[in-house]
Design a protein around this ligand. Structure first.
Ligand SMILES: *Cc1c(COP(=O)(O)O)cnc(C)c1O
Length: 433
């Protein structure tokens, strides 16, 4: 099993999360079941804020990228950790609002925010809007004029760094639906245009170079490119940029193959680059914003399923079918994402069988994993998939009209439901005839 600060094995050889027996959770709340450990989420938050304090004098704010997992309970936890929030839709914004999240600490992203979403953001008074393109810039300026409001904005910049090749490459990322391109001069042009707009104040620049990144170099390179751009903006437009948002993308450990970098190492290296470039370009140190999503919630979550059938096709493979699938976790069918699997009630049994773990949806591709070593499984066993806290519930669907699972949160040895299991009536509640 991968190491995690919320998972362990008890005397009965059962998997525990936050000190609670997972087979008991499955029994009490049913399966499939998402389980999140609050203490682990808080621990992950503090690693970031402490790094920011240690290496950048606290001159920054950690924004949790809520697209990884968004619900009112989690928004309250993030607020109590004094962090900000990155939202990318009216729905995420509304969730934060209903949770009482401080609006001034919300950063509103998205490559095609609708007029209604921008309207909601202005009405609720979100702190910053990250403008993606010219059409949105004009739309926002006009809307601000209409409402008699002024908005503080950042620009999403495509810095020309692709972190998803083996050796990251520069200039590979011009072709991107997000943001304005730096190297063609487009980014400077749009900021020039924005600086003439009465209802907008340009306060920062933003970049996000990818996700599940294990390398320090692309982050440092991005910081350097962005700092030089801040220098260019000052030289060309006489405009001071006070916020540098470096996005998220920190890799986490899904299987033993993954080797994440520590946030201290990241923050130390990035601070060094930012400070050196500021001095070189004679610009003031900006406030740094970071937007971790996956690395805040991913390791804090697991999903519990009940094994329904085990089928052996001699010479081909063994299928193990569970009571969930792509509806609650589409990451395997989307990107063949890998996970660590355990039989929650038999943690010390030898893993001498190999399974393809299948979901219950009507798609042959509805798998959760292939070549998964487990003890010999039988119907009724509880299967735990680890590290499912990020991009599982948030990407879930009702395909095949399967209700979405409940989510339980553990803390201090206790469990509570934070999202109810959907019912069949929830499934038909918007059907009109
Ligand atoms: C997805 C995203 C994040 C979070 O990415 P993680 O890989 O989950 O850390 C942060 N910022 C932006 C703009 C994003 O699109």
């Amino acid at each position: 099993m991968i190491t995690s600060n919320c998972l362990s094995v008890n005397e009965g050889n059962h998997l525990t999360i936050g000190g609670i027996d997972t087979t008991k959770l499955a029994q009490e709340y049913g399966t499939p079941l998402y389980v999140m450990d609050e203490d682990c989420v808080r621990h992950n938050c503090r690693l970031y804020t402490e790094s920011m304090n240690r290496f950048y004098g606290g001159n920054g704010l950690i924004l949790y990228a809520s697209k990884a997992l968004c619900n009112t309970a989690l928004c309250k936890i993030i607020a109590s950790e004094n962090m900000g929030l990155d939202v990318v839709s009216g729905g995420e914004l509304y969730t934060a609002y209903k949770a009482g999240f401080p609006m001034e600490k919300i950063y509103f992203h998205g490559n095609n925010k609708t007029k209604e979403e921008l309207d909601l953001a202005l009405s609720l008074g979100v702190g910053r809007i990250i403008v993606d393109n010219r059409d949105e810039l004009r739309r926002l300026n006009a809307l601000c004029a209409e409402k008699g409001k002024k908005a503080s904005i950042l620009f999403r910049i495509t810095p020309g760094i692709d972190a998803h090749t083996h050796d990251f490459i520069m200039t590979g990322q011009i072709d991107c639906k997000f943001g304005v391109v730096l190297e063609t001069g487009d980014a400077m042009d749009i900021i020039r245009l924005a600086s003439t707009m009465e209802n907008l104040e340009v306060v920062g620049v933003h970049c996000h170079i990818g996700s599940q990144i294990f390398d320090l170099d692309p982050f440092c390179e991005a910081a350097k490119v962005m700092m030089n751009f801040i220098g260019d903006i000052k030289d060309e437009l006489g405009l001071t940029i006070s916020e540098l948002n470096l996005g998220g993308g920190f890799g986490i450990c899904y299987t033993e193959k993954d080797d994440p970098i520590s946030y201290d190492k990241y923050m130390e290296a990035v601070s060094k680059v930012v400070k050196a470039t500021a001095e070189e370009r004679n610009i003031a140190l900006p406030k740094i914003l970071m937007e971790p999503g996956r690395s805040i919630v991913g390791s804090a979550g697991i999903t519990l399923y009940t094994v329904g059938s085990v089928k052996s096709i001699p010479g081909v493979r063994n299928y193990l079918a569970v009571d969930g699938g792509l509806g609650d976790n589409p990451r395997y069918i989307l990107y063949q994402a890998e996970y660590d699997f355990e039989l929650a009630g038999r943690m010390n049994d030898e893993k001498n069988e190999v399974y393809t773990v299948a979901g219950k949806c009507c798609e042959s591709g509805d798998l959760l994993g292939e070549n998964i070593a487990l003890p010999e499984a039988k119907p009724g066993d509880i299967l735990a998939v680890l590290t499912t806290g990020a991009y599982n519930y948030s990407m879930a669907s009702n395909y095949n009209r399967i209700p979405r699972p409940a989510m339980v949160m553990t803390s201090g040895g206790k469990a509570r439901v934070i999202i109810k299991r959907e019912t069949y009536d929830d499934i038909i509640k918007n059907d009109c005839e």
